[in-house]
Design a protein around this ligand. Sequence first.
Ligand code: OGA
Ligand code: MN
Length: 226
Amino acid sequence: MRFWFLRCLNTPCFTALPCKLGEAAARAARSFTSTQTANRRGIAVSGAEIREDFISEEEERALLEELEPVLKRKRYEYDHWDDAIHGYRETERSQWNEKNSRVLQRVRDVAFPPGVKQLHLVHVLDLHRKGYIKAHVDSVKFCGSTIAGICLLSSSVMRLISKKIPTDVVDLLLPRRCLYILRDEARYSYTHEILKDEESYFNGVKINRDRRISVICRNLSEDNAE
Ligand code: OGA
Ligand code: MN
């Protein structure tokens, strides 16, 4: 199954597709730590949050143990011209073992206020070490205001680019085992992408991108919340 509905590269909500940074914009791109998600005008991108070491090594191992057998049965997909992602396999899962359910509940408790209608299925995206995610906005039709993901196996750089002002570029370091949350402005007014290994720098430091698995919880859009 493909998760085409989750991402929109070429709908009216995102016209500059797929986003290719010009030299100037690339120079303007600045890297920020988790506590400094300011863009180059010094304005914080509200709604971008990173919690380092959100899961322990042990919890990471337990998640991988449950996921590997499912992922291994699938092949990495490449080169669909309209896909937002290159070099990936994915699945979604509603039933988790007890230990992993507890971790996911922790994600949900941190990311969503009580009573918010959430997608029951957790999205699991396995990015090949040479894979990457192009700039996109998650479908506003199917996903609500919040995207919360834990990052397994590899650190990476997530780039946010303002849809209105493409020179407003914010890089976020997503360390292995972190939780990141994109809400509101960061979710709707910026595209997000995961850089390929060759482009993966943060504050001038190379961040080696290996195979990376993200485990993502989302809430429902208003349209789908009834
Ligand atoms: C997505 C996405 C980011 C990640 O699947 O839409 O942006 O952390 N994923 O894998
Ligand atoms: Mn996305």
